[in-house]
Design a binder for this molecule. Structure first.
Ligand SMILES: [Zn+2]
Length: 180
């Protein structure tokens, strides 16, 4: 694949991802988060790396880290996008991992679900996201209450599916249960 082809593919992938996130955000009553989601992916720092390490089956950030040891796109992304738990870290505070505000937790849950659905395509099942999360969750820097909230949410999805779980009422209930 040449650079232009990779650029087109990468553009389509991030735009498709944004669209799926938007639809889920609308479903949980956070349309604005859906519109603003991941806009920095169209910036030069993130877009050019995404093209260079485009794979189509997994995130170019992972691919770049394998080659370079780190990803400038990721450092750029996590510093600007509040739906990533890594944004909410300040090791010079007593809690270190700050509890994310509700709207960003909702956006993060939509982001996780959309990412799995797009990368897995037809192979995606409602149990997939939980399986993936259980392998990842202890490697991620995240407030423990938010970690438990995500586990609860994805467990619900693995049993009842997205339609039942991804609602404004249920998301508010989950946030209240773990974060207040
Ligand atoms: Zn993001």
């Amino acid at each position: 694949m040449n650079t232009l082809q990779k650029a087109i593919k990468h553009f389509c992938l991030i735009t498709k991802h944004k669209w799926v996130v938007f639809k889920l955000c609308v479903k949980v009553g956070e349309p604005i988060r859906g519109i603003l989601h991941d806009l920095s992916k169209y910036s030069w720092t993130e877009f050019s790396e995404g093209v260079k390490y485009y794979s189509g089956t997994h995130s170019p950030i992972i691919e770049c880290k394998k080659h370079k040891g780190y990803s400038e796109a990721w450092l750029h992304h996590k510093g600007r996008n509040k739906h990533h738990s890594e944004y909410w870290i300040d090791k010079n505070t007593p809690q270190k991992f700050i509890i994310m505000p509700y709207k960003y937790v909702a956006e993060m849950l939509c982001d996780k679900m959309a990412a799995g659905m797009i990368y897995k395509g037809k192979e995606w099942t409602k149990e997939y996201e939980l399986r993936y999360w259980l392998e990842e969750k202890d490697k991620i820097d995240i407030n423990p209450k938010i970690r438990d909230l995500v586990t609860d949410c994805l467990t619900q999805v693995s049993k009842n599916g997205i339609d039942e779980v991804y609602t404004k009422e249920n998301f508010k209930k989950l946030y209240k249960k773990y974060c207040s």
